[in-house]
Design a protein around this ligand. Structure first.
Ligand code: UDP
Ligand code: MG
Length: 320
């Protein structure tokens, strides 16, 4: 790769036989027009990552490659590893042979026409370009409600993500190299990419309906995904325990004073005051202790992830 125009698209596919031909057709048209306009090189490819599909997805990918090897490539994962891992597998594979990579879902919900703007933004000097949904008209009320709630909840719990941005994004080769240094297993790319830094910008697009087939992200998976995102990026839940423990301890002191006052005034049953004091005191103490342990676990957690502590973007230095 000698230029800065080689675009690799990474498209994760899990049981997508119904949409793959259409996706390939539209991407090919897009590549032809981008090549004609000189925005991307002839070496550019679309890489379909088969994430352990149980249908004909992989044989379709093989056919696409045989019919048009200068457009389509394929990666076959040994088993279903989940969307995030499939995307990472693709990005890791292409990181040394591309100048930029765009990740996109196979189901045509992401607007292929946003690719032009992404590539243009890259040529203007952006290292990361986020595809952001401007509207969710086509989503059902339920999907919209849960998805938008997802972003808000993530923010409240301390995991910073780009609002309404999923995994439709462009990353430069430079950013891909840095991404490879994040070795965590619980992958949440949406949280990770902003952490890497570099100049970035947004490109807005309207999210379409799934072209065919059904969503592989039912509510259950989405919840698991949100919980993974929060617990991978924030120790706020642990800090919440400390706060609750502190509040409980304060309340327990008040309750103990109250129980003693009632006892001294002679209105209490035998054994009531001591029981009340014990329950409140132990409750408060336990939560506080859990919170303190939590703080340390949070630190251990951050250490075991071994995330890079900084990334040098430029080094200007005059050597004698
Ligand atoms: N996908 C994947 N592995 C999985 C689940 C999904 O590679 O285990 C792919 C899927 O083929 C699609 C993308 O991830 O290209 C997004 O999935 P989907 O469209 O079902 O999610 P939704 O858009 O409904 O949130
Ligand atoms: Mg989809």
């Amino acid at each position: 790769m000698t230029d800065d125009k080689t675009l690799y698209m990474v498209v994760p596919c899990y049981n997508e036989e119904e949409v793959l031909h259409e996706t390939a057709k539209r991407l090919k048209e897009k590549y032809i027009s981008l090549r004609q306009r000189g925005l991307i090189s002839e070496e550019s490819r679309v890489v379909f990552v088969n994430d352990g599909s149980r249908d004909k997805t992989w044989s379709i990918i093989q056919e696409l490659h045989t019919a048009a090897p200068t457009f389509f490539s394929g990666i076959n994962l040994a088993r279903n590893s989940g969307h995030q891992n499939a995307v990472l597998a693709g990005l890791t594979t292409v990181k040394d042979i591309c100048s930029m990579a765009i990740t996109m879902d196979a189901d045509l919900q992401d607007d292929i026409n946003a690719i032009d703007a992404m590539v243009e933004k890259y040529h203007e000097g952006n290292q990361v370009v986020y595809g952001v949904r401007s509207a969710r008209k086509t989503d059902t009320f339920f999907k919209r409600f849960t998805a938008e709630g997802f972003y808000k909840f993530m923010k409240v719990m301390g995991a910073d993500v780009v609002y309404n941005h999923a995994d439709f994004r462009l990353m430069s080769r430079r950013v891909l190299q840095e991404l490879a240094n994040y070795r965590e297993v619980n992958l949440f790319l949406r949280g990770l990419v902003p952490l890497i830094g570099f100049q970035s910008c947004n490109v807005y697009y309207e999210r379409a309906e799934r072209f065919a087939g059904e969503s592989k992200y039912p509510l259950k998976k989405m919840l698991a995904f949100a919980i993974n995102g929060i617990t991978s990026f924030s120790t706020k839940p642990l800090k919440l325990i400390t706060s609750v423990g502190f509040i409980m301890s304060v309340i327990s002191i008040i309750m103990i004073i109250w129980a003693l006052v009632v006892k001294i005034a002679g209105h209490s049953e035998y054994g009531w005051s001591s029981t009340m004091c014990a329950i409140w005191f132990i409750g408060g103490l336990q939560l506080l202790a859990l919170g303190i342990i939590g703080e340390y676990i949070g630190k251990i957690y951050a250490e075991v992830k071994q995330r890079p502590r900084f990334i040098v973007a430029d080094f200007i230095n005059e050597e004698k």
